[in-house]
Every structure is written in C-alpha cells, then in structure tokens.
Design a protein around this ligand. Structure first.
Ligand code: GLU
Length: 517
C-alpha cells in the first residue's frame, strides 16, 4: 500500500528539441502522478554545458503545454522555470545550473567517506589507455584494477593530493565502484536486475574545471532532495541504474531511494533499431512535437505544425509501449489517467507506425463538430483568396471531412466547390464524353434550371425522373456532369456537389464545359 505521496519528475537535458520518446516519458510520468494524486515535477538537467542548446528549455515547456501535460511543480504559469523557493515550488531552483554550489559538498562528502576519490589523469592520458586496451583487443574499463595504477588520491599522500588539486583544475571526483559486489536492483517494468560491480566504470561525479557535477551526481542528489518517489525514464538509462543504486547506498539514503521504471525504446517503423531524430525527415513523418529550427537554420517537422491535434498526439504516444489490456484505442487524457498503470508497460521496444499516427488524427477529426472544423478551415480559404460564407464552408466540410485526416487536406478535397474547373482530366474525358453527351447535357441543364428549391432531394428527384423518362443510364449522365462541374473523377455525389455549388454556378460551369469540350 502506497502511503507516501507520489512525486515524479521529468528531467530533460536542454540539448535540443524534445523527441517523441521524451514526450512519452513526460506523459507516462504525468499519467502516473495524476493516477495517484501525486505531483509531476519538471527539472532541467543542464549541467553539460557543452551540449547546451539555446531555446531547448523553452521548447520543452511549450511542447508539454501544447500536449496538455503541464508540470505541477518546477515551471511557473508564464512557462519559465521556477528559480526561487515558494510554497508551490519548494525545491527551487529547478534548473541544475542554478544549484551548482550544492553538488560539490555531496561529492566531497563521498570522498571523505571513502566512496569516491580525486583522480588526476588527463583526457589525453585516458585516451592513450583506451587505445592501448583496444590494441590488445580489450575494452577499457576504469575500474579497481585500473585505478590502482593511476594518479589519484587513493595512491597518494594527503599532501600530494592537496598539491595536485591546487596545481591545476584538471581533476575530477570519481565514484569508487566496489571490486566484487553483486548489485541487485528492482525495476517496476523489468523486475529484478543484477550486475557485477567489476564490470562497471568508476564514473566521474564532479569536475573541477567547470565546478559542475555530472548527470549521475546531480540527478541522484536532486531526486533525493526533491523527494522523488518514482523515477520513470527511458531504457537508455538502465545501464546507469547500478551506479545510482550504489550512490544511494553510499550517501546512506537507502530509505529515500525511489522506485525505478525504465520505459521501452521507440523503434523505427521497420522495427530495426531505435527511432532517431533523423528518421522523421528521412522517412517523411515528424519525430518532434513542435517544429524546430536548429542554430544552423535546419528545420525539422513538428506534429503541431503538421496539423495533428494534441489529443491525438498524446493518444498515439500513450500506446507506444503501453496497452490498456483491452481493445480500446481512443482515449481522452482523463481516460488515460484512469487506465494507466506501469505494469501494463511492455519490456520490448515499441515500433512506431506513421500510418497509425495519421489514423489517430483522423479519428479525432471525425469527432470535431462541423462548426469547429469550419473555424479551422476558413483561414485556409481566406489564404487562397476564396470568398465564401460560413454556411457554404460548413456544407463543404460536412461532405468531405470523412475523407481527411487533417484540416489542411480539406482544400485538395474540396477546391472544386469554390472554383470552376480550369481544365478537364483527359482520361476522364475519354470515359465520360460520348457523341451523345452534349445533347444529354443540354437537357440536364434545362432540368436543373427548373429545379426549385435547388437542394439535394429535389435535384436528385428531378434528374432521376428525367433519366427514367429518357431511359438514360445514371453513370452516363453523372460522369458527364462530374466532368463539367468538377473536372475530374473526384468528390461525393453530384446532387450534393451541385446543391453546394448553387444553381447559378452549376449552370455557368455546364455552359463553360459545353463551349470548351
Ligand atoms: N537528464 C536525463 C535525460 O536527459 C534524465 C534521465 C533521468 O530521468 O534520470 O534524459
């Protein structure tokens, strides 16, 4: 039974735009928090200054907002990251670069307790050790065997260490991984996992040259200080879990250690390998929630700009690696909260299907009222220079919406309602235009001219009575009318089209075709 209040965090590094996988991590954290009446915290892990990308942080908060999964804590209503503690954001600042001074004391604490040490090897030295190991066909591991041979505080006198630390700031604090220990871990999705400590590197925790912690130290310290109860993150962090367990032990924070859940990878549509940031542009679908322009001016597509509804986007990513255990596929955010549980998250990678993504949007489009769709469509028409009435736009929308997955597809599906054909599809012409066609069309013109009101039932009735009387085949007449009024074999029934186009324009189009063809 859960007694403590659930607190989860989404802890992205602002190294670029959030990828769909990142949004899914945020979503699962959000769902888990809401399901358990908990708190969803946002923390910006920006301690790697070399990988910092300006604008990425704002992108993250904007993307979460667009998706409707705004964090409860860490971000202010204006979208900026909380920097001062207050009742709502008690652990501020939530940007790690602003917590910089805090981490060194924890790193030093580990050194003084014998869990970490000062290491003085330079990047050049390390590189040459690495190459040496490779030349012997081995993988370089910075472990107990290695640290016995190099310059570090474990092999030096206190005076020497003090001297080396003063001499330059080219040193780091490394975690001292135990020689031979089995680390037993528990993952809420994968169950028990165990690792032998001898296979692990003494990871860097803190660097003197920039006075900054590495991800591992800052992440553990902040999860503990921010009272995080569950860490839900991508599978790529599973290899870091043993170190994180050992850090909790070294700090004596076993009781504060959160539960961990590592989410399965998102795979490419063919299932071969991880879905990468580059795949979207290569395979023709967005991998980012919002459009992104890199500093070099390179643009990447976004779901928002591609015309996806945020509800559809959230729905489709929720089902990447989680299933409700039923056939249900369409979920509102509230339904997702209700249905979500970590024990229905899969262990194997989730293959992304771009076709299915479009299908989700189509489902949401179909539930939109015509009035709402018209609101979105009118600006498109305006841009095209089409003057129309909301009534006509609504009639058009109701006729074509079931063929579209996105509002931006409406124009291609409906332009002929607004503009007469400028040319006629040659192969359709061959099919629809027979020697008797002009005569038939002239008669049809008279029938239509006499049709009042000019609506679907009376157009249908008038045409059918006349075709019956003259013993004309429906196909013969309708194809000819379609050729004249639409120009190609496209669109709903002819009575529907003509009723919306209106009597006057229908007759003009017929005359124009009879003149031209
Ligand atoms: N800063 C890490 C990232 O960018 C966070 C990983 C974690 O959640 O522990 O994904």
């Amino acid at each position: 039974m859960q007694t403590e209040k659930v607190r989860v965090r989404f802890a992205p590094s602002p190294t670029g735009p959030l990828h769909m996988g990142g949004v899914r991590t945020a979503l699962f954290n959000y769902l888990f928090a809401k399901k358990h009446n908990g708190t969803f915290v946002l923390r910006i892990e920006d301690t790697d200054m070399q990988r910092y990308v300006p604008g990425a942080e704002q992108y993250i908060t904007e993307a979460l907002n667009w998706c409707g999964i705004t964090p409860d804590e860490g971000v202010l209503p204006d979208g900026t990251i909380a920097t001062e503690p207050c009742p709502h954001h008690p652990f501020a600042p939530y940007r790690q670069s602003e917590r910089k001074d805090l981490y060194s004391q924890y790193a030093r604490q580990l050194v003084s307790q014998g869990h970490a040490y000062y290491a003085f090897d330079t990047p050049e030295e390390l590189e040459s050790y690495r190459r040496e190991a490779e030349s012997r066909g081995e993988t370089f591991i910075y472990n107990f065997a290695f640290r016995n041979r190099t310059a570090n505080s474990l092999n030096m006198t206190a005076a020497e260490v003090a001297h080396r630390r003063k001499e330059s700031n080219n040193w780091v604090i490394r975690f001292k991984i135990p020689e031979n220990q089995t680390i037993l871990m528990n993952d809420m999705i994968r169950g028990e996992v165990s690792v032998q400590s001898g296979t692990l590197d003494d990871k860097v925790l803190w660097k003197a040259h920039d006075g900054l912690p590495t991800y591992h130290l800052a992440n553990i310290v902040d999860d503990c200080l921010m009272e995080i109860t569950h860490v839900i993150r991508g599978e790529e962090w599973l290899p870091s879990l043993p170190l994180h367990y050992m850090l909790y032990d070294a700090f004596g924070w076993q009781k504060k250690r959160p539960m961990f859940a590592h989410l399965p990878l998102l795979l490419k549509p063919d299932g071969k390998g991880k879905l990468s940031k580059r795949d979207g542009d290569r395979l023709g679908f967005p991998v980012f929630p919002l459009e992104w322009t890199s500093t070099s001016g390179e643009k990447s597509r976004g779901y928002r700009e591609d015309g996806y509804y945020p509800e559809a986007f959230i729905n489709l990513i929720a089902l990447l690696g989680w299933n409700p255990g039923t056939e249900q596929e369409i979920f509102t955010l509230e339904e997702l909260i209700e249905a979500f549980s970590l024990d229905r998250v899969t262990r194997s990678g989730a293959r992304f299907n771009p076709e299915k993504a479009r299908w989700f949007n189509q489902q949401y489009l179909r539930t939109r009222s015509d009035t709402r769709l018209v609101q979105d469509f009118l600006p498109v028409l305006q841009k095209k220079g089409i003057a129309t009435t909301p009534l006509k736009a609504e009639q058009v929308v109701s006729l074509i919406k079931h063929r579209a997955s996105f509002v931006h597809e409406f124009w291609d599906l409906s332009y002929y309602f607004f503009i007469p054909p400028s040319d006629y599809d040659p192969s359709y012409y061959k099919k629809a235009w027979k020697p008797g066609t002009p005569g038939i069309l002239r008669q049809a013109r008279d029938i239509l001219a006499g049709c009042a009101p000019f609506d679907i039932p009376s157009i249908d009735k008038a045409l059918h009575q006349w075709m019956e009387k003259e013993q004309l085949k429906t196909g013969q007449v309708m194809n000819a009318l379609r050729l004249c009024i639409v120009g190609k074999p496209q669109g709903p029934g002819m009575a529907e089209i003509m009723a919306v186009v209106g009597k006057e324009d229908t007759l003009v189009r017929l005359d124009q075709a009879l003149n031209k063809l």
